[in-house]
Design a protein around this ligand. Structure first.
Ligand code: LCS
Length: 394
């Protein structure tokens, strides 16, 4: 059966499997930096692109190919490009798609470094940027410039959990000849497939839900077309943003349980979000599955579930948030997200510390904002942990 005919959960397990000579049940780790050519002519043909044999691991490696094909199948794109990290993926995309004098229009509340690298480094090479509230399509339209080339969307946004309308963005991109890029890290391909809505490139920090076990850093890019695939792949290979085979093997192991982990963690997240919203000490709670979320209906339409990321603010502000984080015993006080373990962090002073105070404030990354990534522990234990930590605030 062809991969594309198989259902998502079957593709999680089988897509990208190698035709391996020893019948290994899992993809082996090809821990080799280089590959022998059958002859001088064969080597020349590989370099000329006339033979697709492996050459050198920065360019390609069978274990990495297996992961790339797996994620490309889950996202429904032309092919996958695995990178050293999520930032390696973002950087490869930026470098491949932006030229001197170009403008990138982006969601304002995105992962801090994805913004900082443009504002502090790509700006040195003449790249212009605008960061706006993309949950409002009119805001995006207002900030279009004649030199806008890339529309960069993160939805749900890190850490505000704002939801952007992917279909409307794709229409805007088509009308204005923009390449639309979506960072799909918060959803994973299980919850959302941006290429289906008309995006041109989707990418993940596979460090998060796709690997899911807090033991690997990595990224995967999936462009919709062969042209974009070749352009971005070439840049990734030349800059050496590649993944390594052992990393790819770990992610291949993690991805198999993606559906099971997300189904479990999002069910718990819904309960925790409701618990938090009903708690008298909470000032606000932002979770796409709560009717109080400003884009609740859009989330229901665009995502196949509400995910396991929750942001909230306590009535006691940052001071109360700090005390809560310090008193949680089960939830680990750490950055990152999307793993089997529940994590809690303070974006304004941690993941988004590099973004200026004014930019954080206009993007809604307030000082009181605390972010939860819900894991797969027992929900009663997680709520009991929150309860004891909230009691300690009195
Ligand atoms: N995109 C998003 C949405 C992210 O959340 C992250 C990392 C990245 C890209 C970069 O991926 P990396 O290079 O770390 O694999 N987000 C983190 C976070 O929120 N806490 O720690 C890392």
């Amino acid at each position: 059966m062809k991969n594309k005919d198989l259902k998502f959960d079957t593709r999680l397990i089988h897509a990208g499997a190698l035709d391996e000579p020893f019948g290994s049940a899992t993809v082996p780790i090809y821990q080799s930096s280089t590959f022998a050519f059958k002859s001088a002519e064969h080597g020349a043909a590989c370099f000329a692109g006339e033979d697709n044999g492996y050459i050198y691991t920065r360019i390609g490696n069978p274990t990495i190919t297996a992961l790339e094909e797996n994620i490309a199948s889950l996202e429904g794109g032309f092919g996958g490009i695995a990178t050293s990290s999520g930032m390696g993926a973002a950087t490869s995309i930026y470098m491949a798609l932006l030229n001197q004098g170009d403008h990138i229009l982006s969601t304002d509340a995105i992962y801090g470094p994805s913004r900082v690298i443009i504002e502090s480094h790509f700006s040195r090479f003449g790249v212009e940027s605008s960061y706006v509230d993309s949950t409002d399509i009119e805001e995006l339209k207002k900030h279009l410039r004649p030199n806008t080339k890339v529309l960069y969307i993160e939805t749900p946004a890190n850490p505000t959990i704002g939801i952007t309308d992917l279909k409307a963005c794709a229409a805007l991109a088509r009308e204005n000849d923009l390449v639309m890029v979506v960072d799909n890290t918060f959803c994973s391909p299980f919850l959302q497939n941006p290429l289906e809505y008309g995006a041109d490139v989707v990418f993940h920090s596979v460090t998060k839900f796709i690997n899911g076990h807090a033991d690997v850093v990595g990224g995967v890019i999936v462009p919709a077309t062969e042209e974009l695939y070749r352009k971005i792949r070439s840049l990734m290979v030349y800059t050496g943003c590649n993944m390594d085979p052992h990393q790819a093997w770990l992610v291949l192991r993690g991805v198999k349980t993606l559906s099971l982990r997300i189904e479990r963690s999002q069910a718990t997240a819904m309960k925790i979000a409701r618990y938090l919203e009903s708690h008298p000490q909470m000032a606000w709670v932002r979770y796409p599955g709560l009717p109080s979320h400003p884009q609740y209906e859009l989330a229901g339409r665009q995502m196949k579930g509400y995910g396991s990321m929750i942001s909230f603010g306590l009535k006691g502000g940052y001071e109360a948030g700090k005390m809560l984080m310090n008193h949680l015993e089960l939830a680990t006080l750490a950055v990152s997200l999307g793993g089997v373990e529940t994590l809690v962090q303070h974006p304004a002073s941690m993941t988004h510390a590099g973004v200026s105070r004014e930019d954080k404030s206009s993007a809604g990354i307030t000082d009181d904002l605390v972010r939860f990534s819900i894991g797969i522990e027992d929900e009663d234990d997680l709520i009991a942990d929150l309860e004891q930590a909230l009691k300690s605030l009195h």
